[in-house]
Design a binder for this molecule. Structure first.
Ligand SMILES: Nc1ncnc2c1ncn2[C@@H]1O[C@H](COP(=O)(O)OP(=O)(O)O)[C@@H](O)[C@H]1O
Ligand SMILES: Cc1cn([C@H]2C[C@H](O)[C@@H](COP(=O)(O)O)O2)c(=O)[nH]c1=O
Length: 225
C-alpha cells in the first residue's frame, strides 16, 4: 500500500542527501519518481545536498497543486512510481493534503523531507500538517550537534552573528561556519540543543568556535551551561 512518509529533523541533518539517495536507489531499479522542492538554497528547481549532490526538481510554488499535477501527468501517459518533496516545511497545509490524496487516490508513495520547527521553535504549517497526516514520521539518524556536544534539536537564526527570535518565518539561508564572525545584517542559521536555544547561546556567544573535548560530555555540569 502506498504511504506518505515525512523525514524530518533540524537543518543540516542530511534530509536532502537522503532524498537524493532514495531517488538514486529507486531509479537504479527502473522506478520513475517526480521530484519537487520549494525555495532550495541552490535556487529554483533544484534539490541540493551539502555533500555536493544536486538534482533537478520541479519548483512547487504556493499556487502549485500536487494532486492536479500528478493527475495531468498520468492522464498524458506519464509514469510516476513515487514522489519526493524536499523543503516540505514551506508547503501549505492544503498542499500537504494534496500529497495525501496522491497517496490515497493515486496509489503513489510520497516521501517528504523538511525541518519541523522554525527559528522560534514553532512548527512550520507544512510540517505540522505532515505530522498530522503522515503514515510514518522518521527523525533522521545522523544527529547534528550543538556546540556543547549535545544533540542539536532546534534551529537558531542569527542576524549579523546575534541570535534572534523575531522576524519572518521564512528566510532562505544556510548554517554558518562554527563561531565565525558574520557580516552585519547577514542571516545565518545554527543548530543548537534546546538548553542553549532557550538561553540564546550560540557558539559565537559562548566563545566556542568549534566543539572541543572541554565541552563534552553532552550533559555537561548541571547549572553551568
Ligand atoms: N564535507 C563533508 N563531509 C562529510 N559529510 C558532510 C560534509 N558536509 C556536509 N556533510 C554531511 O551532510 C549533512 C547535511 O546534508 P544535507 O542533505 O545538506 O542536510 P539537510 O538537507 O538536512 O539540511 C551534514 O549533517 C553532514 O553529515
Ligand atoms: C529555521 C528556519 C529555516 N529556514 C530556511 C533556511 C533554509 O533555507 C531552509 C532549511 O533548509 P535545510 O536544507 O533543512 O538546511 O529553511 C527558514 O526559512 N526559517 C526558519 O525559521
Amino acid at each position: 500500500m502506498a504511504e506518505l512518509a515525512f523525514f524530518s529533523g533540524t537543518m543540516d541533518c542530511g534530509k536532502s542527501t537522503l532524498a537524493l539517495q532514495i531517488q538514486h536507489n529507486r531509479s537504479a531499479r527502473g522506478l520513475l519518481g517526480l521530484i519537487f522542492t520549494r525555495n532550495d538554497r541552490a535556487g529554483a528547481g533544484r534539490i541540493s545536498s551539502r555533500l555536493g549532490l544536486v538534482a533537478e526538481a520541479t519548483e512547487a510554488d504556493e499556487k502549485f497543486d500536487f494532486h492536479a499535477h500528478l493527475v495531468r501527468h498520468l492522464t498524458a501517459g506519464g509514469r510516476a512510481d513515487y514522489v519526493i518533496a524536499d523543503e516540505a516545511q514551506f508547503l501549505s497545509p492544503e498542499q500537504v493534503d494534496e500529497l495525501a490524496r496522491v497517496v490515497d487516490d493515486l496509489g503513489i508513495d510520497v516521501y517528504a523531507f523538511g525541518i519541523t520547527t522554525d527559528f522560534r521553535t514553532r512548527l512550520f504549517p507544512g510540517s505540522q500538517r505532515l505530522i498530522e497526516l503522515a503514515d510514518r514520521v522518521e527523525v533522521l539518524q545522523v544527529e547534528g550537534l550543538c556546540w556543547c556536544g549535545a544533540r542539536a534539536t532546534h534551529n537558531a537564526r542569527t542576524v549579523g552573528g546575534r541570535m534572534v527570535v523575531e522576524g519572518a518565518q521564512v528566510v532562505v539561508g544556510d548554517v554558518a561556519g562554527g563561531g565565525q564572525e558574520a557580516p552585519r545584517g547577514e542571516v545565518d542559521y545554527e543548530v543548537l540543543c534546546r538548553r542553549h536555544h532557550r538561553r540564546r547561546l550560540t557558539a559565537a556567544a559562548a566563545g566556542a568556535g568549534q566543539l572541543s573535548p572541554e565541552v563534552l560530555p553532552p550533559e555537561g555540569v548541571p547549572g553551568q551551561r
